[in-house]
Design a protein around this ligand. Structure first.
Ligand SMILES: Cc1ncc(C[n+]2csc(CCOP(=O)(O)OP(=O)(O)O)c2C)c(N)n1
Ligand SMILES: CC(=O)[C@@H](O)[C@H](O)COP(=O)(O)O
Ligand SMILES: [Mg+2]
Length: 637
């Protein structure tokens, strides 16, 4: 059979394909996904699981007219492959290449840049509401595809609460594969399990399908059938009463790998009125045995090789051997839990990413996976802290943004001793703009009572955690997605608001807020060995409270100063230094801030991105050389 997928320039090329041809396209999509992950790490099992759903949606709706939102967006690869991006697909997640998430700049089929879970029902509802207001006769449908892992997000319930207004052309497809990144948890997960027990999906499934297959799809009979389904649901034959009570018609669960069945139900929905929730059951990793058997590893696996004689078998998987900041943080939290039985650890569905499996297994009573519910997690931690527990909230910097108001009200305003460990504080790499954790310094240091730390190297992390757990106010520690490098030599103890001066020189100063310290030291070494320019280098450690006693005199006496941070310049560490100088009347005309400018940084390797921004050792060196040169020119002039 000649391949079909390379020729699909748009979903309209799927129209008129036979069931066998669509199955062939599905198989070619899976093969393309496997080929990709043999070259580089990328989201995998979630994409394998939605192939049939993607084909069924695109052959039922026209998403240049109708609207489609893939919640989170990590499962968008099949959609990209059939919406004109097949040729560019191998570039996905590389700098300058396709984004690993929806991107309206790439295609009119992508509506929002997303990467955070849970907002799809709200945005789809907004699209439906806007279309209803502006172009009511065009009858456009808005479709949100949302996973069972994302579904517990609080914002989903805020959306459900509002669907009774303007939800007439809204379809929510619940993609239930029993998995978040790890197995999904919580009462909603249990509810979905109960829904799976209903006759439509178990014993009576075939019978129901047989009866439904006899009902014509268009015209009045469809209406009658929908009415029957609704009545049946109310009678308890079908589940979904929770949704029904909110005015959302619940249909399902149905087999999400059966294209024919999916299309039948989608056509049926399209012929009626919304809001509708179609519960689709899929298998994460479907179609590639190793991924289906171990969807946690294969969520975004390291590069692997398939057996050439058995393509459904992995022969080697390249697991990284080095230690990262994440490992160091996980070990430090483990040690804190071992020492103090009041310490708990909280994750919002990122047990695997945060390397918390050992903590979960060793301290099951003090390990809390809340699901993708960051806002709840923080307020919950506040409750624990109020009664004497010492919670460690271990959340990626970017996802903690969801909790901003709870950090303010429930934690900082009450001055409760909650520790925040913010992983991926800095550029997250191939995930790109949605995942770069670059706003945290700005959004945390504004709160009175809050202590904000950024380890200069991996050796700082564990003492910072010890400090935070003993400290009677909220503390945050943010660290990057990077190898755990330790600076050699004697180190000063971590003390509240104390910076560490690592080298002293009269010719200029670098003041670093965070883990780019190693690059600052490398730049300073090179400047001294090659040009005899001798710099002071400061490891600020505390973004707040800033060690003004140490830092301001250095700024005052140095011929030039560079502040360095892997964070947004607006409101970040360098801004904090400028504020302190201004308050103390210290001149800053000779100070340059290095960090992330007022842009959203794209995806790529962290090292590449840092180099582009002048934040690697070569870039820091260059800035220092410029400032030293300018200073020399001024003196000469
Ligand atoms: C707000 C937020 N928190 C955490 C994540 C990390 N994350 C990405 S995908 C995922 C699991 C999503 O599960 P589900 O929606 O069921 O999709 P599946 O991978 O099972 O298809 C998690 C926790 C995120 N993207 N956004
Ligand atoms: C889709 C999503 O949000 C996660 O899968 C994320 O990509 C994980 O990032 P890390 O690979 O840095 O753990
Ligand atoms: Mg899932």
């Amino acid at each position: 059979m000649p391949p079909l997928l390379p020729k699909i320039a748009s979903p309209r090329d799927l129209d008129g394909m036979s069931a066998t041809q669509l199955e062939q396209v599905a198989s070619e999509i899976r093969d393309t996904l496997c080929n990709l992950v043999e070259a580089r790490s990328a989201h995998f099992a979630s994409n394998l699981g939605v192939v049939e759903l993607c084909l069924a949606l695109h052959t039922t709706f026209d998403f240049l007219h109708d609207r489609l939102i893939w919640d989170t967006g990590h499962q968008i690869y099949p959609h990209k492959l059939i919406t004109g991006r097949y040729d560019e697909f191998p570039s996905i997640r590389t700098k300058g290449g396709l984004m690993g998430y929806p991107n309206p700049e790439e295609s009119d089929y992508d509506l929002f840049v997303t990467g955070h879970a849970g907002a799809s029902v709200s945005t789809a509802h907004g699209l439906a509401s806007g279309d209803l207001a502006l172009r009511p006769h065009e009858n456009r449908w808005s479709v949100a595809v949302i996973g069972d892992g994302a579904f517990p997000s609080g914002v989903v319930y805020e959306a459900l609460n509002n669907l009774n207004r303007d939800g007439k052309r809204l379809l929510i497809v619940l993609n239930d594969n029993k998995m978040s990144i790890c197995p999904r948890v919580g009462g909603v997960a249990d509810y979905f399990d109960r829904l799976r027990m209903n006759p439509m999906y178990t014993g009576l499934k075939e019978e129901v399908a047989r009866v439904l297959s006899k009902v014509p799809l268009l015209g009045d009979p469809t209406e009658r059938m929908l009415a029957q389904i609704k009545e049946a649901a109310k009678a308890g034959l079908h589940g979904g009463m929770f949704f029904e009570e909110l005015g959302v018609r619940y249909i399902g669960p149905i087999d999400g790998h059966n294209i024919k069945l999916l299309r039948k139900y989608l056509r049926m929905v399209k012929a009626g009125d919304g809001p509708v929730l179609l519960h689709v059951v899929t298998e994460k990793g479907h179609g590639f045995r190793p991924a289906a058997e171990d969807p946690v590893t294969f969520h975004a696996p390291p590069v692997f090789q398939r057996d050439t004689s058995d393509r459904d078998r992995v022969v080697s998987i390249k697991k990284s051997d080095g230690r990262s900041y994440t490992h160091v943080a996980s070990d430090a939290i483990h040690a804190a839990m071992a020492k103090n039985d009041r310490v708990t650890v909280l994750t919002a569905a990122m047990c695997q990413g945060n390397k918390l499996e050992r903590l979960r297994d060793d301290y099951p009573d003090r390990f809390f996976d809340t699901g993708i519910c960051e806002a709840h997690t923080v307020a919950f931690a506040a409750g624990q802290a109020k009664v004497g527990v010492r919670p460690v909230v271990d959340i990626y910097s970017t996802f903690l943004q969801r909790s901003f108001d709870h950090i303010f009200q429930e934690v900082a305003l009450q001055n409760l001793p909650v520790t925040f460990t913010l992983d991926r504080g800095g550029l997250s790499g191939p995930d790109g703009a949605t995942h770069h954790g670059v706003f945290d310094m700005a959004y945390l240091r504004v709160f009175p009572n809050m202590v904000v730390m950024a380890p200069g190297d991996a050796g700082d992390l564990s003492p910072m955690l010890d400090f935070a757990i003993k400290h009677d106010s909220p503390c945050a520690i943010r660290y990057p997605k990077a190898a755990a490098i330790e600076i050699a030599g004697d180190r000063a103890p971590v003390e509240l608001g104390k910076a560490e001066v690592l080298r002293e020189g009269p010719d200029g100063a670098i003041v670093c807020g965070g883990a780019l310290l190693v690059d600052c030291l490398a730049a300073a070494d090179k400047l001294q060995s090659e040009q005899g320019i001798d710099l002071t280098v400061v490891n600020a450690r505390f973004i707040k409270p800033l060690d003004t006693k140490t830092i301001l005199p250095i700024i005052d006496r140095s011929p030039f100063v560079v502040t360095v941070e892997e964070a947004q310049l607006a409101g970040g560490f360098g801004s904090a230094v400028l504020e302190a100088c201004s308050d103390a009347g210290v001149s800053t005309a000779h100070l340059r801030r290095l960090g992330i400018p007022d842009v959203y940084v794209e995806h790529g390797d962290r090292e590449e991105l840092l180099a582009d921004l002048g934040l690697d050792s070569a870039g820091i060196l260059k800035t220092c050389q410029e400032l030293a040169g300018a200073r020399a020119a001024n003196l000469a002039g």
